[in-house]
Design a protein around this ligand. Structure first.
Ligand code: NAD
Ligand code: UD1
Length: 333
């Protein structure tokens, strides 16, 4: 009996595979390396001292995916595989809809064929859109998404809800991640985006390493404590552990559709990140104030109460851990 992890050599997937192996779960990973590398497989084995099966498979390839289910008794799927760059999704909507939506449809068809009906899906806080208040709670509906990437997340949530309506023997958990940062304490795995990063922490890392001259802080005139944007940054290891709790939930309750925010519930500003990163790592992060970035909200963070009450999960790592572990990974990679 194995747990299939799609996209398991990616940033969040690799940390989740580590946690699953620590729990002695049997794990099967598929990834096509479109945004990760084969080295991660060995790194996960090095961190855990455990073995797992890896298949280089594109989830769009139904026959290859069927073979994975044929060769393994898969009882649950954690589905990370997807494209995630917001800007790129605006330029390449067809590629994003095809990979994320069609990929998920193929996966669900194969799961149904093999009577595997438990899935945990990587959703995002982006599905809330602009709710007009900073604290996001699951009882708020999905809002208006602002880019094709976000739309794929909202659409896949809806597809999974419709699937459950058609067949209530499915067990489905939708996890809405806030802003994952940090890396495994070993420094072996972490977030390693290609090219110039869009997200804050990878950008800060490159500036600290001297590979980019300075950070542009997008706006210091927001109605927040210091004028810069506020987000719910969550350590990737805490996030990974949330998937273990979600698996336990499905093993206990078996069927239903459950949605949870995975965040700390604390909002930190862009300047908090810069200042903490400099302090804990003893490095400089030169920055300039730039105009606001189109589409950004002033402030958003999770209400993580539901995950605490129903999953027994809370984020344990603090901002210093996030900044220290991000740098520990960045300086060796
Ligand atoms: P990532 O790009 O590091 O990992 C995704 C993995 O999926 C990569 O290894 C990639 O090679 C693989 N992949 C993509 N398409 C595939 C396909 N068709 N077949 C097989 N493998 C495929 O991204 P991540 O940050 O680890 O994100 C994991 C999931 O969480 C994604 O679905 C992402 O949209 C979602 N998410 C991420 C964030 C974030 O900030 N990182 C926030 C919210 C939600
Ligand atoms: C973005 C995506 C979201 C995705 C998340 C993680 C949008 C609208 N949202 O969230 O869908 O799940 O990334 O991949 O794109 N900032 C700077 N300078 C920088 C980079 C960022 O000041 O160089 C600021 C931003 O203005 C924002 C904060 O840092 O206030 C966080 O930005 P970012 O890391 O890009 O995440 P989000 O925009 O919250």
């Amino acid at each position: 009996m194995a747990i299939l992890v799609t996209g398991g050599t990616g940033y969040i997937g690799s940390h989740t595979v580590v946690e699953l192996l620590h729990k002695n779960e049997e794990v099967v990973v598929v990834d096509n390396f479109i945004n990760s590398s084969s080295e991660v497989v060995d790194k996960i084995k090095k961190i855990t001292g455990k073995e797992f099966k890896f298949y280089e498979v594109d989830i769009l390839d139904k026959e290859k995916l069927q073979k994975v289910f044929e060769e393994n008794h898969i009882t649950e799927v954690i589905h990370f595989a997807g494209l995630k760059a917001v800007g790129e999704s605006v330029a390449k909507p067809l590629e994003y809809y095809n990979n994320n939506i069609t990929g998920t449809l193929v996966l669900l068809q194969v799961m149904r064929e093999y009577d595997c009906k438990k899935i945990i899906f990587s959703s995002s806080a982006t599905v809330y859109g602009d709710q007009g208040v900073p604290k996001y709670v699951e009882t708020m509906g999905r809002g208006k998404t602002t880019n094709p990437y976000g739309t794929t997340k909202a659409m896949i949530e809806k597809i999974l809800e419709d699937l459950y309506v058609s067949d209530n023997t499915w067990g489905i958990v939708l996890l809405r991640y806030f802003n994952p940062v940090g890396a495994h304490e070993s420094g072996l795995i972490g977030d390693n985006p290609n090219g110039i990063p869009n997200n804050l922490m990878p950008y800060v890392q490159k500036v600290a390493a001297g590979r980019l001259p300075e950070l542009s802080i997008y706006g210091n005139d927001y109605p927040t404590k210091d004028g810069t944007g506020v987000r719910d940054f969550i350590h990737v290891v805490d996030l990974a552990k949330g998937h273990i709790n979600a698996i336990e939930k499905l093993e206990k309750d078996k069927t239903g559709v459950y949605v949870y925010n995975l965040g700390t519930g604390i909002g930190y500003s862009v300047l908090d990140i810069v200042n903490t990163f400099e302090k804990v790592n003893g490095v400089k992060v030169p920055y300039k104030i730039a105009p606001r970035r189109a589409g950004d909200l002033a402030e958003l963070y999770a209400d993580p109460t539901k995950a605490k009450e129903e999953l027994g999960w809370v984020a344990e790592k603090n901002l210093e851990d996030m900044c220290r572990d991000s740098w520990n990974f960045a300086k060796t990679n």
